[in-house]
Write a protein that binds this ligand. Structure first.
Ligand SMILES: [Zn+2]
Length: 98
């Protein structure tokens, strides 16, 4: 999909205020809004790309199947294993959350 299609999809789901857009981590399934990322102190480049858990004190290790806590992980979209499922003009990002 191209960037315009992606923006249209986001606006259809969440409205024009991108602070309210939600993104789902492909590793732990946690959904966070752009505002959540900002509050956690994450750079805008991390929104929908790396898990918000990286900027939270309490998080679990990405790919740790034994940790069943319902908390965000420290998955990084720029790491060795990239699970980001949505391709926007060649850039892989998270799918929208719910
Ligand atoms: Zn995660």
């Amino acid at each position: 999909m191209n960037k315009q299609q992606w923006i249209t999809q986001g606006e259809t789901l969440f409205g024009q205020n991108k602070m309210q857009w939600k993104f789902k981590c492909p590793c732990c399934g946690h959904s966070a809004t752009t505002e959540d990322y900002k509050k956690a102190g994450a750079p805008s480049s991390a929104v929908g790309f790396s898990c918000i858990g990286r900027w939270l004190e309490v998080h679990k290790e990405a790919f740790d199947d034994k940790d069943k806590r319902k908390i965000p992980c420290n998955y990084a979209g720029g790491g060795l294993i990239n699970l980001n499922p949505v391709d926007i003009d060649g850039c892989k990002v998270f799918e929208f959350g719910v």
